[in-house]
Ligand binder design. Structure first.
Ligand SMILES: Nc1nc2c(ncn2[C@@H]2O[C@H](COP(=O)(O)OP(=O)(O)OP(=O)(O)O)[C@@H](O)[C@H]2O)c(=O)[nH]1
Ligand SMILES: [Mg+2]
Length: 392
């Protein structure tokens, strides 16, 4: 599957940059292309300069809101992010057309964080514009939720998140939810290592995008997971997970393949990888709420067999009883067996609900504070009434 990727704001831009890196990896190691166009949009010129892989010309690193923001961001004010995206929307859409082989892309992937101002304000506006301009291509929004400590220290983070989630959910074909906090749960040293977090966020997309683009017969699975399967699966609230099992360097195929013990070891490793993928989903959710799901098994061809694919299917069916499940296998020569899982069409996401309800409490509080501030300012002005001023 081929994606046009557009990152908005600092977080979105860096995630898009990571997609550009996995595309380079796919080109070098697999001779295939998965992202024919990758772009970053920002109100902050320094953030755009900090990217490393997206082409550095103005058509790929798109500075918006120039006069309004002076190239310095919108400081968490998402309304300004949205306004700038509306006024500079044509500039963004026109730039994306500059992608070589733009029309080969199967879908758009837009990425942003919810906590800031530029990405969180702009993503829904740009999603709507892309959908209007290219009604035949699905548009997926990859949305990065804030760390816990950001929510406790800054209420605006919660409000921005709620507004962003509501806005994208009404325009995007799917909203892929990523919880920043999940990536530091096991290793808190990652908190200050955004580059590593971004690698972990983007990695699950690698095999999923590559599988359907393979041309060499030895890399084509018994059941190919292609763009059609993915497009049919991804809809509404969506999460993605990835797990792997390391394989012994000495391939099991050197021993007797038909040995039932080998087969059960393979199945065990497959289930281990799938269990990890489900445990490490990009956001905690209840798989029972999924209407659609897919899994991709990738392993050296000798490690894959129909029993393994069937067992994995049964495992997923057990945890997502109401989902339509699609699957694929992707034979690659290397020392790991990995499984990518996507759960989609989620009918309930507790975390989203929490942002909505917290934000509802905040709105009257923001209003009260604003009024209180206006009263105090007026009071201060009144107290200067009899003082002369040097300007009119
Ligand atoms: N995963 C990840 N999260 C990031 C990254 N950069 C920032 N964030 C998160 O994104 C949120 C802040 O949003 P930014 O993307 O920096 O904001 P912005 O869209 O540039 O908007 P303004 O700076 O307010 O104009 C916080 O929750 C950060 O933790 C990143 O590279 N990766
Ligand atoms: Mg910024």
């Amino acid at each position: 599957m081929k994606l046009i990727v557009i990152g908005l704001g600092q977080c979105g831009g860096r995630i898009a940059d990571q997609f550009a890196r996995i595309n380079n990896r796919a080109r070098v190691h697999r001779r295939i292309e998965i992202t024919p166009g990758v772009f970053a949009v920002n109100t902050d010129s320094a953030d755009l300069s900090g990217l490393t892989t997206i082409k550095s010309d103005y058509r790929h690193r798109i500075l918006v809101g120039g006069r309004k923001t002076g190239g310095h961001g919108v400081g968490k004010i998402n309304e300004v992010g949205a306004e700038v995206a509306k006024s500079d929307g044509d500039k963004i859409i026109d730039a994306t057309r500059s992608a070589k082989r733009f029309f080969e892309a199967d879908a758009f992937l837009l990425a942003a964080s919810t906590g800031g101002g530029t990405g969180s304000g702009a993503i829904s506006v740009v999603t709507q514009l892309v959908k209007e301009r290219y009604p035949d291509k699905p548009v997926y929004d990859l949305i990065v939720l804030p760390f816990e400590h950001e929510e406790t220290t800054e209420e605006r983070t919660i409000y921005n998140t709620a507004v962003c989630l509501k806005s994208v959910s009404s325009v995007a074909d799917a909203v892929i939810l990523i919880d920043n906090q999940r990536y530091i749960k096991k290793d808190s040293s990652l908190r200050n290592n955004m580059a590593r977090i971004n690698e972990l966020i983007v990695e699950p997309f690698y095999d999923v995008l590559c599988a359907g683009e393979e041309k060499k017969s030895k890399y084509i699975g018994a059941k190919i997971l292609d763009a059609g399967d993915i497009i049919q699966t991804i809809t509404g609230w969506t999460v993605i997970g990835y797990g792997k099992s390391h394989l012994p360097v000495l391939n099991l195929s050197l021993t007797k393949k038909s040995d039932f013990r080998n087969k059960s070891t393979e199945i065990h490793k497959g289930i281990h990888a799938m269990d990890e993928a489900v445990t490490e989903l990009s956001l905690t959710c209840n798989p029972h709420d999924a209407d659609r799901a897919l899994y991709l098994l990738s392993a050296p061809p000798k490690e894959m067999n129909m029993d393994l694919v069937k067992e994995l299917g049964e495992y997923l069916r057990g945890i997502c009883p109401s989902a339509t499940i699609r699957n694929g296998d992707y034979p690659r020569e290397r020392g790991v067996l990995d499984v990518t899982v996507v759960l989609s069409g989620l009918s309930n996401v507790e975390r989203v609900r929490k942002y909505y309800s917290k934000s509802l409490e905040l709105i009257p509080e923001f209003q009260r504070r604003r009024e209180e501030m206006e009263v105090k300012l007026k009071d201060l002005r009144d107290s200067s009434m009899s003082i002369p001023s040097l300007v009119k």
